[in-house]
Design a protein around this ligand. Sequence first.
Ligand code: ATP
Ligand code: MG
Length: 421
Amino acid sequence: MSKIKTVKGTHDILEEDSYFFDEVISKATSLCKLLDYKKIQTPILEFSNLFSKTLGLSSDVVSKEMFAFIDQGGEHLTLRPEGTAPVARALVSNSLHEKQNQKFFYYGPMFRREKPQAGRLRQFNQFGVEYFNQPSFLCDIEVIFLANKLMNELNISEYVNLEINTIGNFNSRKKYQEKLIQYLHPYRNELSDQSKKRLIKNPLRILDSKNETDKKILSQAPRIGDFLDKESQIFYEGLKELLVKLKVRFIENSKLVRGLDYYNHSVFEFISKEEKAQNTVLAGGRYDGLVETITGKDICGVGWALGIERIILMVKKKLSVKNKIIISIFSTSDNLNHEIFKIISDLKDLKFISLNIIYGGNLKKKFVKANKLKSSGCIILGEDEYKKKELIYKDFITGNQLIIKGSSIKEFLQKEHFKNE
Ligand code: ATP
Ligand code: MG
């Protein structure tokens, strides 16, 4: 029989990866909660124009990667390709911008119809944070600090570099863009096809071209740093100064950019040190015009998003799976099966164990199954023991078998566990 496949570019998250997925979410969530970021869950389906407005018609995502369709009711809908626009929409849809705290975190699946390859999927997961309504660079510091702490917590700091840049405010960028176009004009026929298009539609994005000829041409290109006005300089210098004080290591990369008008000032990415194609694990920056683009409300923002699948590839090398202790449990008589569920209710607080109930088969078969499940031990409820309010515990590691009072099974397992720690 031929294998049943998943849709191209999608995958099942299983076993070890599922464990690491939860670890990433749990560590990131704890850090966000420590700084009072509120969890937000937005729908996977949004109106298509939310993304065409915010990401720009010429962006890769909108021009060719969106899973967009017209539904049976004639609505133009899209499976969200990213989280910032939906969160910004939700901020205003729910009048959250009138509240004091406007810091959010989210995670969940995103959809882009890209060419699938290592670290690039059509359905992938992001964890992200957004901090609205605070124009100070201190908020940029806060979100970078959060991202940096997360890299530490996940034990992958040594595998990544933090790269930062500024794209200044609108005026500085406008001046720079003119100079960049002037510089590139004589080379326009040598540029890659994509950069040729960008020269007209989105010149700043040419800076992060991966094409070797483009890179050579760009090596002598003017730098945004030389075109910053006072406001942009103060912002960027303040940011760098504080990062140094916080001992957050970073590399300045003058070619790190975002292409759209509503992005400004800081741009940052955590990039894997490994030489490989999909090496950005977390990308962020300031987007002071984005909320206005969607809602007409002048609300600034800064945030980042990390690719969970890309992080898992790194985390796997550093963290080990902490398996719970598996304990099997069964009764020797079908009449007592309901009692098994009572015992489980009593043991529900023991976070370090997973209980496997074994149904059917004779005693021998039950033991074989318990072994196959890699159990450390087995709780057995027999007719005689039930009458005496007792249980049998068979330790698979030592081979010992003990009779335990039914009421003290929890304390017993707790003690056993600490003995093995
Ligand atoms: P890239 O340059 O790798 O295409 P991007 O600029 O499109 O990334 P963002 O939109 O900034 O990415 O998304 C933030 C993060 O989400 C990325 O740094 C990456 O870790 C992850 N990501 C983006 N697209 C994909 C994808 N198709 N599959 C898996 N992860 C992805
Ligand atoms: Mg992309």
